[in-house]
Design a protein around this ligand. Structure first.
Ligand SMILES: Cc1cc2nc3c(=O)[nH]c(=O)nc-3n(C[C@H](O)[C@H](O)[C@H](O)COP(=O)(O)O)c2cc1C
Length: 198
């Protein structure tokens, strides 16, 4: 059934050992009136995805966020499998409007990165920003005629963060989600796009 809530699809291969994503999920769980939390690894421990159920979840929500830890400058594998299996021809893309059932949905990304923000700088160690690295996801969102939103990124986890910093990131992430849900349709107007504390 259609809802005004934001759907957050969480993909973390080992959420029990997670620090950041686990804390973010805990924060989101306090706002179940605003947010539908959907954890792929919890739902599909053997990675067998219920495609029809996933498609229905997407249809029911207009605002969607993919939350995941950055793995090899990309998504964890179950999220890639999810894309391959759920975003089917005739559902997510195709010639006719009826085949592009996700058209107009607003889709954001919330990423935790082990590497420091400065290393992702244009002049940094990797000379590639997270926004550049997630370009395939952005193109996928555009391909299905949805609207890509700014990326929320929390950097530098490998160098360690205090509990206060992680709590702050959770609060800022919640703000990001609230802006998506209530804000104007222009992505540029979302002023929380990253959370660089390192
Ligand atoms: C297999 C693997 C690959 C990773 N690749 C990257 C990477 O490419 N870039 C990066 O910034 N961090 C990378 N990391 C670090 C994770 O992004 C980081 O540990 C995670 O975001 C921490 O969040 P968590 O506390 O929720 O687990 C990688 C970690 C693992 C286990």
């Amino acid at each position: 059934m259609k809802t005004a809530k934001t759907l957050v699809i969480v993909t973390h291969p080992d959420i029990d050992k997670s620090v950041v994503n686990k804390r973010w999920v805990e924060e989101l769980q306090k706002h179940r009136d605003l947010i539908t939390i959907h954890q792929l690894h919890e739902q599909y421990p053997d990675h067998t995805i219920d495609v029809a159920a996933e498609q229905q979840l997407l249809l029911d929500h207009d605002n969607i966020v993919f939350q995941f830890p950055f793995y090899w400058f990309s998504t964890p594998p179950l999220l890639k499998k999810w894309q391959d299996e759920v975003l089917l021809h005739g559902f997510a893309y195709g010639r006719g409007t009826a085949e592009r059932k996700l058209a107009g949905k607003r889709i954001g990304l919330a990423i935790s990165a082990g590497i420091k923000a400065v290393d992702y700088d244009k002049d940094g160690r990797y000379a590639a920003t997270v926004e550049e690295l997630v370009r395939p996801l952005r193109l996928t969102i555009e391909y299905i005629s949805a609207e890509p939103l700014p990326v929320f990124t929390f950097y530098g986890i490998e160098d360690g963060h205090s509990t206060e910093e992680i709590d702050l990131s959770a609060a800022q992430y919640l703000q990001y989600i609230k802006q998506i849900a209530g804000g104007p349709r222009s992505p540029a107007s979302l002023d929380i796009g990253s959370c660089a504390m390192a």
